[in-house]
Design a protein around this ligand. Structure first.
Ligand code: HPA
Length: 247
């Protein structure tokens, strides 16, 4: 079974033949929404809407620990996380798809480990490569097989949100080496690593980051919405291909 986490613009999987929805409890509380179990092209998938079914949970209040715990309990071969990002690197434009290979974490105050408290010994997981290499390779092959451009390497800056960044903050992120900016890859990626679940992300570039391109004077939320609507079917096509390819 493959697990898919959907972000802004992907609160349900259109091609999922739904079998059942299950509310789950975890030692860390409830996930953002009920888990949706079903099949895509005959292959089992479990889907979770990161921000809740009605997109009511902002990035800094997502219960990432409950989400990843609940998905892990389904025994998935991996988690594909879909999320919108802003583009910092000039050659990434709204509508482009990116598979990041690195993260810089600027978030704060989020519950970002399972290894704390009296019963769980401190553990320092290796996070040199924050995304699973094999799952990334499989996603790259799936995209190539159906002729969808998926940029293979990008540094993802995880910001706290829910507000967007200032132009000066984006300049700083660029100096730090970031290519795209989003609000959810952390702590999602590290929690999956702690539980040993392969995790990779597909990012949809929703807008130029603050102060860049047509966001020089501000970012239009309507434009973001339109871009996401158009690009999500490409993300779904990649996931479908991943499911049906036998590598
Ligand atoms: N910044 C942070 N997160 C985002 C953006 C952005 O510009 N666009 C979509 N998610």
């Amino acid at each position: 079974m493959l697990a898919v986490i959907g972000g802004s613009g992907l609160t349900q999987l259109a091609s999922l033949e739904l079998v059942e929805r299950q509310r789950r409890r975890t030692p860390y509380g409830e996930p953002s929404a009920a888990l949706s179990f079903g099949r895509i092209s005959g292959c089992p998938v479990v889907f979770l809407a990161r921000h809740g079914d009605d997109h009511g949970i902002p990035p800094h209040q997502v219960n990432y620990r409950a989400n990843i715990w609940a998905l892990r309990e389904c025994g998935p071969v991996g988690i594909v996380a879909v999320a919108a990002v802003g583009s910092i690197r000039a050659n990434l434009s709204p509508g482009d798809l990116v598979m990041p290979d690195q993260i810089i974490d600027y978030t704060w105050g989020r519950e970002s480990t399972y290894h704390e408290g009296p019963e769980r010994a401190v553990r320092h997981v290796d996070f040199t490569e924050p995304f699973d290499r094999r799952l990334r390779q499989r996603l790259a092959r799936a995209a190539a097989a159906i002729g969808i451009d998926l940029a293979h390497s990008a540094v993802y800056a995880a910001t706290q949100g829910p507000r967007l960044e200032t132009a000066a903050e984006i300049n700083r992120l660029e100096r730090d080496g970031a290519d795209v900016v989003g609000m959810t890859a952390m702590p999602e990626a590290v929690l999956a690593r702690e539980l040993g679940v392969p995790y990779a992300a597909i990012n949809v570039v929703a807008n130029y980051a603050a102060g860049r391109g047509d966001s020089r004077e501000g970012i239009s939320l309507e434009a973001i919405h339109d871009v996401l609507g158009e690009s999500m079917h490409q993300v779904l096509a990649v996931i479908e291909r991943l499911l049906t390819s036998d590598d």
